[in-house]
Every structure is written in C-alpha cells, then in structure tokens.
Design a protein around this ligand. Structure first.
Ligand code: GAL
Length: 633
C-alpha cells in the first residue's frame, strides 16, 4: 500500500469551476487522499433534516474519477447557524458563565441533548449515503475535540460521571477534601462544574472536570464511531488530535478507541526548534498508537502559530514530513489543500498558496508527493525500537495546571519537551509511556515533573528500577495521589523510597544558581535529605541538588531543580544514556528502513550506507545541507 498524501479539501469554499483544476493539480502533486467536509455541516444540512448532498456527490465523483480517495468527515465540530438559533441551550458556556454565540467554530456543548441528536442525525445521513462510495477510505469524526462547556447540561452530565466514579458522596467528599472551606456536599445537586469562583477553586474538582470533559467528548466520538461501524464495518474511523499546549483529552485512553491514531502538528518553528517539536509530536503519536502506524492528519506548509506567521524555509516541508513518516505515519496530510481567500483562516497557508500552483510551495509539495511514492507504507507492527521512554500523562499535566501551586512557572509540557529534545539531539530513539505501562525493555525512563502519580504507577516505577532500569526523575514529581492530595511525610511522597531521598521544603528560585558540572539551575530548588542516595551535585549552600540511588539492580536519579539543556544532558550522560548522534542530523530506523534527515545548512556525516530510495543514488556516508535519504540497508 502506498503512503497517503493530501490534506483537508474544502471545495465548498470555491466555485465549481475550480474543482476540476483542483483534481488535476492533486494528481500532479501525487495527492491520493483528501479529507472532505470537516466544516461543511451548514452546506450539507441547510435546515433541520433537509440535506443538500448534490455538491458533495459531484465532488466525490470527481475525486473518485481522479483516483483520489477520501477521508469523509462527520462535520460535528461546527454546527450550522440554524441549529444554534433553534437550540441556544446547546451553545458553549465558559467558566465565567458567558454563553458564546455563533460565528466561529466549535461552539457547542457536547452534553447538550439537541447537539448529540443532531450529531447522530448528520452522521447517519452521511453514512447511509456514502457507505458504498468508491472514494471512501476512512471516516474522520469531528475535528480536534477540545471544547469544554460549563452549562447546566454539562453540570448534569458531570454529576452523572461523578456518581459513576465515586459511587457515593462520602467518597467524593473525601477525594475532593471538601472539609476545606466548607465545601462538604450533602446532595449531588449541589455539585457544579468548576465555574468562576471568588478565589481559588478546588483542585480535585478542577481535575475531575478535565477527566470528565475528556470522557464526555469520547462518549460523543463513540456514538458516531459505533454508528459508522455498523454501516461500514470495514472502513476505519478516526479523529484528529490537537497537540501543542492544549491537552484537551486523555490521549492514552482515546487511542484505544480510534481505529487509527491521527494527529495535527503545528511546530512553532523555525529551524531546529521546529525539527525538535516535529520529532516530539511524531514520537508521541507513535507511542499513543502502541508503536504501530498512525497518521499525520494535518500539518502546514508554513508556520501558523505565534505573532509572526510565514512560510516554512525551503526544504522544511519535506524534512518535517520525513520525520513523521520515519516514525510510523502512514501518510502526510496538510491543512489545507488550497489557501482560502476569505474566512477566519484566510492567512493560513495551503498546499496551493494564494499565488497559485506556479509557486515554490506548490513545487515543493509536488516534489514531496513524488518522493513519498517511493517509500513503502509502514508495516502494521511495532516500528521503531526505543531505548528510552519518557513518562507522559495528561492527568498529571492537568493536576499541575491546578490552582495555588508553589510556583506558577512550572511547565509540564516544557519539562517533557526538554527531556525529549535532549535525547533527540543525542540520537537516542525515544518513545513515551504512561506511568502504569510495562517499562522493562527501556534502558532508561525519564520522569519530568510528574506532579501526580498513582500508587500503581509508583509500584511500577519501583519494579522497573529494582529489575535493573535507570530512572531519571525531575523536580515536582510524585507529589500527589490521583485526587491531587499531597502525599505526606516528605516529598516526593510516591518516589521517596525509590529515590532514596526526602525533600523537606521547596525553595522556588528567584536568581539562577550554578551547580558544579551541571551548570545553571533556575526556577526551583529543594531542601533534599539523603536516605540512601548519594549527592552527585550540591547547591552552593551545600544541600544535595542531583542525587543517585542504587535500588535492586537499577539506579534512580533525582534532579531537584531545573537545569538548562546541557546540564540535563550531563545528568543523562552520567546515568549512562549518552547517544552518539551527529548534531543536527536525525537518523531513525523504521523496521527495515533507515531515514536520515540533515536539519543543518552544512554537509554532515551520516552513519548510513546503501541506496537512497528517493533518488536511486548511493549514500556515501555524507548528507548535503538540508537533505534527507531513505535507505534499506
Ligand atoms: C487545526 C484545525 C484546522 C485548522 C488548522 C489551522 O488545528 O484542525 O481546522 O484550523 O488548525 O492551523
């Protein structure tokens, strides 16, 4: 099977004359899959129960004739204006109690009965009409699930979720520590979503609400998925995850429910930072997919985040794409095919830019399509052998976003990204794992700022170390249980014995301090007592800063402050995890293929021999500036 290549195609934004040109250009660029209809609800169902499928029939017909397959979307991410007018109770309410109005997208309450019914209705209509269409390759449900709502429908659903989780109010009162500030609940009806409060809200309530929102959106996804599976049992059903700083759902849980893990990736770039972020996103996706194939559903031909947007540098589109394919993506997809001329995202780049096909971007897009045709799609099996795992847990992240923490500057995502970046630069193949996953195969497991850890996860980590593993834990880990209650007797409660230390106090730092061998430490420091561990580095005042503890056959390291990248790299080196990567050159082995990408502007050595599948030329151990090769050694 070839790799998928294409993007979101929104023909409803264009006059019909453009469609034939679109298909011709897609063929020129090697496009073989497009996502159609993500935001088309108002054009498919212009009033309740009245469908206008004619245009979609024609679009799908043109695509099928052109040999282009379709990821057909269920357009529930953007209900039409008539729906919002008829069902104002289904519009999103923010935590401040503001009911949003129609006029953007994703403005719905996923718990509103009218929205759930309307979603199923349009899904059934699409499913029944296109179930046998030759272009249909997959179903794409919704788009980037992530809108929380705080209305009364959400409140009722939250209460039902809590009843299920806790059984009774006693358990809930205990878990939420409602004895504090007179919050004891004596009736379920008293419980609300965490709406705007006078002062700090209850952290356990806030965390449970995040869990609930993820589960509630998952219930919505499952409803559409089950219906589609009933109609088209052979067609995979997916949805695209939003990444970056927006941890809207529990991706481990969701990934057991989708037929294909799919992510959207928008590095903030440019240059090496974008390459690092791309590798990070792709390693996450592969890990969520259990090491098996997944799909890059969206990326852009330019940078779309931050105040300064602009095109990717020459060659970056292909390099980022290869990073994804190397890590098991079954294709390369963009948002979107043709850059829009109007609408909220009119400045968002496309595969066909505003300038048209006679452009650098379209030439690069076409060259990429040609290159991808020469790379076989990944096997359906474990793809990349990782030497190191980084623990990733959205629940811990949500907890670390809670109110009133000792420092407002602790940034879970940044800590995880740093761990990944440092390993990436050293050329260590890396994956992500949930704290309760089986870990024994990894040479090292990194635990960056994992504030919340369950007892089960702590036992898992202990078993990993005792069995011979190397654990590297960073500050602000292991502090609370799953209800964000602090584990008493000294921090980091869940990990004290594994690490052989007790932390008596946290001392957030104003000014940086220097640690011998490990360089600059910022943000955070701790008063650490040794209970079996040895101090590897000390603060200027003499207290341990970095420690190492032998436990069973393994070793557990603790870094009680935030180190810069070189300092963190030095900890990993001391822990025996130094890689042998060439700076700026990424080499990834995907089963029988080796991908090498040179992210620098110079020629660099690559430890790869063989014939490049893309050019058919031998790879002589060197890679030109910005180049990439795919080799079957
Ligand atoms: C994605 C989204 C697309 C588009 C894109 C812009 O997150 O799914 O619909 O908005 O961002 O970068």
């Amino acid at each position: 099977m070839p790799l998928w290549y294409g993007g979101d195609y929104n023909p409803e934004q264009w006059p019909e004359e453009v469609w034939a040109e679109d298909v011709a250009l897609m063929r020129r660029a090697g496009v073989n899959l497009v996502t159609v209809g993500v935001f088309s609800w108002s054009r498919l169902e212009p009033s309740e129960g009245r469908y206008t499928f004619g245009w979609l029939d024609r679009v799908l017909g043109l695509l099928a004739d052109g040999g282009i397959r379709v990821g057909l979307a269920v357009p529930t991410a953007s209900p039409p204006p008539w729906f919002s007018l008829a069902h104002p109770d289904a519009l999103t309410v923010t935590r401040d109690g503001v009911r949003l109005t129609h006029g953007s997208r994703d403005t719905y309450c996923v718990s509103a009965p009218a929205y759930r019914e309307a979603s199923l209705r349009i899904t059934r209509a699409l499913g029944e009409r296109y179930r046998d269409h030759p272009a249909l390759a997959m179903w794409h449900v919704h788009n980037e699930y992530g809108t929380p709502c705080h209305c009364d429908h959400a409140a009722a659903a939250f209460r039902a979720w809590l009843r299920e989780r806790y059984g009774g109010l006693d358990a809930l009162n205990d878990a939420w520590t409602t004895a504090f500030w007179s919050q004891h609940y004596s009736d379920w009806a008293q419980i609300t979503p965490p709406r705007a409060t006078q002062y700090l809200p209850n952290p356990a309530q806030a965390l449970d609400f995040r869990r609930f929102v993820s589960d509630e959106m998952l219930a919505h996804f499952r409803e559409q998925r089950d219906l589609l599976r009933e109609l088209t049992p052979e067609v995979p059903v997916t949805t695209n995850y939003v990444l970056a700083g927006w941890a809207s759902v529990d991706h481990w849980k969701w990934s057991t429910e989708v037929d294909l893990v799919a992510i959207d990736d928008y590095p903030s770039g440019p240059g090496m930072a974008a390459a690092e972020q791309t590798a990070f996103a792709a390693d996450l996706a592969r890990s969520w997919a259990g090491g098996r194939p997944w799909l890059l559903m969206e990326q852009a031909t330019g940078y779309v985040l931050g105040p300064r947007k602009g095109p990717k540098e020459p060659g970056e589109i292909a390099r980022h794409s290869m990073q994804h394919v190397a890590r098991g993506s079954t294709g390369v997809m963009f948002f979107q095919w043709r850059a829009s001329r109007g609408g909220a995202e009119q400045w968002h780049p496309g595969m066909v830019p505003h300038t048209g096909p006679d452009s650098r971007v379209f030439r690069e897009v076409s060259a990429l399509g040609e290159a991808l045709e020469r790379i076989p799609a990944p096997y359906d099996g474990p793809l990349v052998e990782a030497e190191a795992a980084i623990l990733w847990d959205e629940e811990a992240w949500w907890a670390a976003q809670g109110p009133g923490l000792p420092s407002s500057e602790i940034d879970y995502l940044a800590a995880v990204q740093q761990a990944h970046r440092v390993l990436w630069r050293q050329g260590v193949p890396t994956c992500f794992a949930h704290p309760s996953h089986d870990l024994p195969t990894y040479r090292a497991v990194l635990v960056p700022s994992l504030y919340l850890i369950s007892d089960e996860a702590a036992r898992n980590l202990a078993a990993y170390v005792e069995g011979g593993g190397t654990l590297v834990v960073s500050f602000f880990s292991g502090i609370t249980d799953e209800h964000t209650r602090i584990r008493l007797g000294g921090y980091p409660g869940a990990l004290r014995e594994i690490l052989g230390i007790t932390v008596e106090e946290f001392r957030p730092l104003g000014e940086p301090v220097e640690l011998p061998e490990f360089g600059r430490a910022t943000l955070w420091s701790e008063v650490v007592h040794l209970d079996g561990a040895e101090a590897v580095a000390r603060y200027p005042g003499g207290g341990p800063a970095v420690t190492c503890h032998r436990l069973g056959d393994g070793t557990a390291w603790y870094v009680s402050t935030r180190l810069d990248d070189p300092g963190y790299a030095q900890v990993l080196t001391r822990a025996g995890l130094a890689g042998s990567g060439v700076p700026g050159v990424e080499v990834v082995r995907r089963r029988d293929l080796v991908f090498a990408v040179n992210h620098t502007e110079d020629e660099r050595p690559v430890p790869v021999q063989g014939t490049d599948l893309i050019t058919g030329k031998p790879v002589g151990g060197r890679l030109g500036p910005g180049g990439y090769v795919v080799v079957r050694p």
